[in-house]
Ligand binder design. Structure first.
Ligand code: UD1
Length: 417
């Protein structure tokens, strides 16, 4: 199994290109199930979750090609299976995204329940509640959600928690429902709007995406189209922290700084110098790194997917910071590994007290999830000596050759097979 070896100490400098957003590409691939026509996607990141999604579509009978130049060509003309098996869902929770499209177009779906994962319980009750309100019957049998309907109809659906994939699943199902669906307390993440843009390109009638209320007027059928996936804001944010933590100077191109407002505002408060252009940004790390508390919330606030990376930065702060995680109940696993590298972090429920001014030392560490892996690499970039990050398959789920990109910026980092 691959490992990443990092030797800390080099300030990063240069230019890095950001890939397409995994979390926008995954629902876009699922949306291809809504039509028999061809969907062509561009700027799709060539990462493990995308290949898992390709496999899922292919097992259902779809033609699905994903190229490493960022193009994906998907055609769900001949779907013979309406099932997402446990073996695939357990490696990628986002497989639940096929539920809405399958029920919407084929009136039937069988999708494995994702179960627990390293960062918390992550239920899908709101996905099922919404589909039921639209006229589907959802039962859990042998670990699978079995959903069926005579035909979906519009409904007013209030989600009591903001859920990203829940909003996406219901928005996709509603595109082919009879009448109007209103999603209240919807997620406003840029990935939701990107999906809405794709669906509109396919002929769907959707308004209000990017706000807490989304209105979808069902249509009889959808057609093929071409769509370009937005840049990955979490990857861009990770490189921004890499620049700040190493006191480097990095230009981050092909990104959308507008999607990173909360992250960049927070980084600026820690002392980093940030300049923003429409499609790029430059981050210059400064000494000292100022310790600043932070709380995660749904978009547009600071994202949970950047919490671990921010924690790595705060281990190098000039004082103390409290990091509060409000989205997932168990998302501090990386802290335990950072402590093994010499960080001073105390966890109390959903809060972590991070005391700075502690020099880190390289160690063998285990990544528990995708963003945790990235945060341990960030810690490794400033640790004395060698850090070995194990279970790199987590990293490969969502980052496109991060070690090559960091090496080009001057990091002493390599993948060891
Ligand atoms: C998506 C992202 C993930 C990110 C997360 C939060 C994708 C593929 N993944 O995950 O990277 O960390 O948003 O920004 O886009 N919840 C319920 N019931 C439900 C659904 C969710 O209670 O039916 C709760 C969850 O337990 C969690 C919160 O809602 O506490 C937010 O989860 P959600 O937005 O659904 O996360 P995902 O869509 O799985």
């Amino acid at each position: 199994m691959d490992k990443i070896r990092v030797v800390g100490g080099n300030p990063l400098a240069g230019r890095v290109e950001i890939s397409g957003a995994k979390n926008a590409a995954l629902p876009a691939m699922a949306a291809s199930l809504l039509t028999a026509d061809t969907i062509q996607l561009e700027n799709v990141p060539y990462v493990r979750d995308i290949l898992t999604s390709r496999k899922l579509l292919q097992e259902m009978g779809a033609e699905a090609e994903v190229r490493d130049d960022g193009t994906a060509i998907l055609k769900a003309a001949d779907i013979h299976s309406r099932e997402a098996p446990y073996e695939l869902v357990k490696t990628m929770r986002a497989a639940i995204l096929v539920l809405g499209p399958l029920v919407g177009r084929f009136k039937k779906a069988r999708v494995s329940l994702p179960g627990g994962c390293a960062i918390g319980a992550r239920p899908v009750n709101l996905h099922l509640m919404g589909l039921e309100q639209m006229g589907a019957k959802c039962e859990v049998v042998h670990g699978y959600v079995e959903a069926s309907t005579e035909g979906l109809h519009g409904a007013r659906i209030l989600m009591d928690t903001v859920t990203v994939t829940g909003t996406e699943n219901l928005m996709m199902a509603a595109t082919l429902a009879d009448g109007e669906t209103v999603l209240d307390n919807a997620a406003c993440e840029p990935e939701v709007s990107d999906l809405a843009g794709l669906l509109r390109g396919m002929g769907a009638q959707i308004e209000g995406d990017g706000s807490r209320t989304i209105r979808i007027q069902g249509v009889r059928e959808l057609r093929g189209c071409r769509h370009r996936i937005i840049p990955d804001r979490v990857e861009a944010g990770t490189f921004a922290v890499a620049a700040a933590i190493t006191r480097g100077d990095v230009e981050i191109v092909n990104c959308c700084p507008q999607h990173l407002t909360a992250v960049l505002t927070q980084l600026a408060q820690t002392g980093a110098e940030i300049s923003v252009e429409p499609n790029s940004l430059r981050v210059r790390g400064k000494d000292p790194i100022v310790s600043k508390s932070m709380t995660t919330h749904p978009y547009p606030a600071f994202p949970t997917d950047m919490q671990a990376q921010y924690m790595a930065l705060m281990t190098q702060g000039d004082g103390s910071a409290v990091i509060t995680e409000t989205i997932f109940e168990n998302r501090f696993m990386h802290a335990l590994e950072m402590i093994r590298m010499g960080a001073d972090i105390t966890i109390d429920g959903r809060q972590a007290l991070v005391k700075g001014r502690k020099p880190l030392t390289g160690a063998k560490v285990l990544a528990s999830d995708l963003r945790a892996s990235a945060s341990l690499i960030l810690a490794g970039l400033v640790a004395k000596g060698e850090t070995w990050v194990d279970r790199v398959y987590h990293l490969d789920r969502g980052y496109c050759r991060i070690e090559d990109k960091l090496a080009r910026l001057g990091a002493n980092i390599e993948r060891v097979s």
